[in-house]
Design a protein around this ligand. Structure first.
Ligand code: NAD
Length: 474
């Protein structure tokens, strides 16, 4: 007889492990099926985020920032360091230790919550059965009242620049280089391209980023994108807009690229080529033909607003379904589904999901842009405040960028906040709270912010919505 659970989660990434832990907290007998193997061949829970995404990239971003600051920030503080060197083995090794700590941490949490962990690939069969092809070669079938599909996403491969893991690499490959490439090509000036391009640039690589769209960071507020573009230029990222890759060939340990822009075809030779042109939902081999779950035109699992697939007891969450591919969106969907299954009131507010790009300066936003509000015909007013007028930012020698707040012209409700500058990945949180509580710019303006802190930029931007910022002309 097959093992029977209340909940089986297929996928132990951010969306899946949150779903499983919350389900177990609610007293549901829960299992997780996950196939991710670490370098030692053993199970490594946590999916893309913990193994080759959010966490390892932040580890390398932080290490590379420390190195870059030695030559580019510390001299302004009167501190000089000569002959600074990077030991790449330690640099990459530190990241790997962090990854192991966190993937092992998820396994511990599963144990503590009495979640059964299966190390293998899960396939949804008809009748809420899950066939597991174990990483040990064994097959078995388990079943549950509810199955949550959380299979995540994989990098999109360009047909004319296929990943070979050595010269043409994806995000995982760019976290593993054993030497700083002299010339790094990056296809796509998106989140991954900018973050990992920054890491290797800071260590000395010549980095050329080719972005197909004519606009830089089209999803961000244009004022924010403009500052970021300028700063990335100062770092030395050579970002070419409106540049479409048409050919990439590996020869003699080099990648020969052809790209096309408004001026015609151009050739470029690099040592490594990172292709970061987006990700696609990963559902390969996940669904039996008769399981009833449908995919949309982009290969994502079709779900309703409650992450339900329309098949009794089958749900799907995270990167495998519609919505932004962000770990924290997956966390919330996973927990909400577990709560709906457990008879509680799950909740995901898709309107206040924060976006963060962990470059230097950092970029963060939540809510609507001016462009979106114009398209929707919503009247709005704008306040902004530069970090150049924030004492703490100046004291840190990081007085770059600004906070821009958009509020409804009549109700004053905060509709969007857009930031570029130091520490904005953290500053966005208070704006999300204010928006979740339907707060107004006036509310934010009346909240006491500690002085001197970077958060004063948020406070002053809120004051500026009503043209009463103190430390700038209105
Ligand atoms: P992305 O969608 O952020 O950016 C891809 C970029 O590639 C786009 O600007 C696109 O116009 C460009 N592009 C597409 N085809 C191209 C071509 N042929 N030539 C040149 N440019 C081309 O995708 P990503 O950076 O690969 O990231 C994948 C996903 O992972 C995203 O959804 C992202 O949100 C998520 N992610 C998030 C974070 C974070 O939150 N900090 C970090 C990493 C990844």
């Amino acid at each position: 007889m097959s093992d029977k659970f209340d909940v089986i989660v297929i996928g132990g990434g951010p969306a899946g492990y949150h779903a499983a832990i919350r389900a177990a907290q609610l007293g549901l007998k829960t299992a997780v099926v996950d196939a991710w193997a670490g370098k030692d061949g053993k199970a490594a829970l946590g999916g893309t985020c913990l193994n080759v995404g959010c966490i390892p990239s932040k580890a390398l971003l932080d290490s590379s920032k420390q190195f870059y600051n030695l030559a580019h920030n510390l001299p302004a503080h009167g501190i000089s360091v000569e002959n600074a060197k990077v030991d790449l083995k330690t640099f990459i090794g530190r990241k790997e230790k962090i990854v192991k700590q966190f993937t092992g941490g998820v396994a511990q949490l599963f144990k503590a919550n009495k979640i059964t962990s299966y190390f293998g690939t899960g396939k949804l069969l008809k009748g809420n059965e899950v066939e597991i092809s174990g990483n040990d070669g064994q097959k078995q079938t388990i079943s549950a009242t509810n199955v949550i599909l959380a299979s995540g996403s994989v990098p999109i491969e360009l047909p004319f620049a296929k990943f070979d893991g050595k010269h043409i690499i994806d995000n995982a490959g760019a976290l593993e280089l054993d030497a700083v490439p002299k010339r790094l090509g990056v296809i796509g000036a998106g989140v991954i391209g900018l973050e990992l391009g920054s890491v290797w640039r800071r260590l000395g690589a010549e980095v050329t980023v080719l972005e197909a769209l004519p606009e830089f960071l089209g999803a961000a507020d244009p004022d924010i994108a403009k500052v970021a573009f300028k700063e990335f230029g100062k770092l030395g990222l050579d970002i070419k807009l409106g540049a479409k890759l048409t050919k990439a060939e590996v020869s003699k340990n080099e990648v020969h690229i052809t790209y096309n822009d408004k001026d015609g075809d151009h050739d470029l030779v690099v040592d490594k080529l990172l292709v970061a042109v987006g990700r696609r939902a990963y559902t390969d081999g996940l669904l039996s033909e008769d399981c009833g779950v449908k995919l949309d035109e982009r290969g994502r699992i079709v779900v309703d607003e409650h992450c339900h697939t329309g098949v009794d007891g089958v749900w799907a969450v995270g990167d495998a379904v519609r919505g932004p591919m962000l770990a924290h969106k997956g966390f919330e969907e996973g927990m909400a589904v577990a709560e709906w299954i457990g008879g509680k009131a799950g909740h995901v507010n898709y309107d206040t999901i924060p976006w963060v790009i962990y470059t230097e300066p950092e970029i963060a936003w939540a809510g609507k842009t001016e462009k979106q509000l114009k398209e929707e015909g919503v009247p709005y007013k704008v306040g902004s405040f530069p970090f150049a007028a924030v004492g703490r930012a100046v004291a840190m020698n990081e007085a770059i960028g600004q906070v821009k707040m958009i509020a409804h012209a009549e109700t004053d409700r905060i509709l969007g906040v857009h930031m570029v500058g130091p520490g904005v990945s953290e500053l966005i949180a208070e704006c999300v709270v204010a928006m979740e509580f339907k707060g107004s710019a006036e509310d934010m303006a009346r909240i006491v912010h500690a002085h001197p802190t970077l958060s004063e930029a948020v406070h002053e931007a809120a004051l500026s919505v009503d043209k009463r910022a103190i430390h700038k002309g209105n």
